[in-house]
Design a protein around this ligand. Structure first.
Ligand code: ADP
Ligand code: MG
Length: 378
């Protein structure tokens, strides 16, 4: 999914009003009826019909026909625009530059804020991998009607922001989180290469022990990264490692905590042996090293990214993980299987969802004020 930021400039206030109406309608409708879009946007002279057509032409919304009515759904393109618009209003993103990363479930861009400071924009793309042919994914979707790409991507971004914030404020080597909207996080740009691209380091033994110390320190604070590998560790010129990519972090009280912990450790051992020919008899083991200092995990939960959110995201990630993603190439997402289903629960459309409230709380959170932190951390 390319982010076409240039066209953003040609969006009129009315265009955004209609796009926002589709987003609001999506809270209660898999497919938002055209009449409802018009009603929410409430433009004079019925102007929304024409704009709906234009938005669809630009792939910001997509027409969906089902038995009951014609309507539209938001696309990732449209969702991107809404997030960018919010960032630009807040001054956290002024311009969008090159794409620097494309993962299975995210896109990464360099952006700049109003002061021309370069930052990183990470857009979550959950559901990019098709669910259709995979049995456990089907079962999962049967159980969870609300598992839409929009919702899951938003949860992943909320989680990333919440963990980054808590880790950053507690002195861990992670990028500084800057802003959060919908499925997008803005963060500090780290001037460094992923370990994956580093062929030589001055002192492999030092780096190895720094990384193992980091795994242990996380565990002592109740956390396991869960994807601690050469792609998610950036190495600065000085040799200092910076950890990124947090949507899969788990608590040390997770049922499979030991498995995740050992896997993180093993990733580093295997990589160091292969890349640097470095092996050590010393490596941390889960049971021995869990002497809790305090629980960042609890702070994250208190921040607005709740246990319920965590659980919903985990279920999704597990459903995906089971079968692997080979042979999947469709850009279509989960909701296309569900779209014949009309939602029955009607809530006032302008009321904030739990997730929107949580998002707002997360952004406004200043750890020093809003929750207990321990200050002895370096
Ligand atoms: P994914 O979930 O797709 O793995 P990551 O957060 O790991 O996304 O980012 C993918 C790549 O983008 C990283 O390997 C790194 O090269 C680059 N990247 C991500 N965040 C930053 C950052 N804050 N500063 C510099 N590079 C980054
Ligand atoms: Mg990554």
């Amino acid at each position: 999914m390319k982010l076409d930021a240039k066209a953003l400039r040609y969006m009129s206030a009315e265009d955004f009003r209609v796009l926002t109406a589709v987003e609001m309608g999506s809270k209660n409708h898999e497919v938002v009826p055209t009449s409802l879009i018009a009603q929410i946007a409430s433009l004079r002279h019925g102007g929304s019909h024409k704009i709906v057509g234009e938005l669809a032409k630009r792939n910001l919304i997509a027409k969906v026909q089902n038995a009951k009515y014609d309507g539209y759904r938001l696309t990732y393109g449209g969702y991107d625009y809404l997030a960018l618009k919010t960032f630009s209003k807040r001054g956290s993103v002024f311009s969008v530059g090159n794409q620097i990363g494309v993962g299975k479930e995210s896109d990464i861009y360099i952006v700049a804020n109003e002061d021309d400071k370069q930052l990183v924009l990470k857009l979550q793309r959950l559901g990019r991998v098709s669910f259709r042919s995979i049995k456990s994914k089907r079962d999962y979707l049967q159980k969870r009607k609300s598992a839409s790409w929009m919702y899951m991507s938003r949860l992943a971004a909320m989680k990333e922001y919440a963990f980054m914030k808590v880790l950053y404020e507690n002195g861990f080597p992670v990028p500084e989180p800057v802003d959060l909207s919908r499925h997008c996080v803005v963060m500090e740009l780290i001037d460094a290469f992923p370990l994956r691209q580093v062929d030589e380091v001055a002192n492999p033994a030092q780096l190895y022990s720094d990384l193992m110390d980091l795994i242990v320190k996380l565990a002592q604070h109740g956390l396991i990264h869960g994807d601690f590998n050469e792609f998610n560790i950036l190495i600065k010129e000085s040799g200092k490692p910076i950890l990124i990519d947090f949507p899969q972090m788990v608590s040390t009280s997770h049922a499979n905590a030991e498995y995740y912990f050992n896997r993180d450790v093993e990733c580093i051992r295997v990589f160091f042996k292969r890349r640097f020919g470095y092996e050590s008899l010393l490596y941390p083991k889960f049971t021995k090293h869990i002497e809790r200092e305090f629980d960042l995990d609890v702070q994250v939960a208190a921040s607005g990214f709740t246990k319920k959110h965590q659980q919903e995201l985990e279920e999704y990630q597990e459903a995906l993980g089971e079968d692997g993603d080979e042979g999947e190439d469709s850009d279509e997402d989960i909701e296309s299987e569900e779209e014949s289903e009309e939602e029955t629960t009607e809530e006032p459309l302008n009321e904030m969802t739990e997730e929107e409230k949580a998002e707002e709380r997360l952004r406004n959170l200043r750890l020093g004020n809003d929750m207990e932190t321990e200050s002895e951390e370096s």
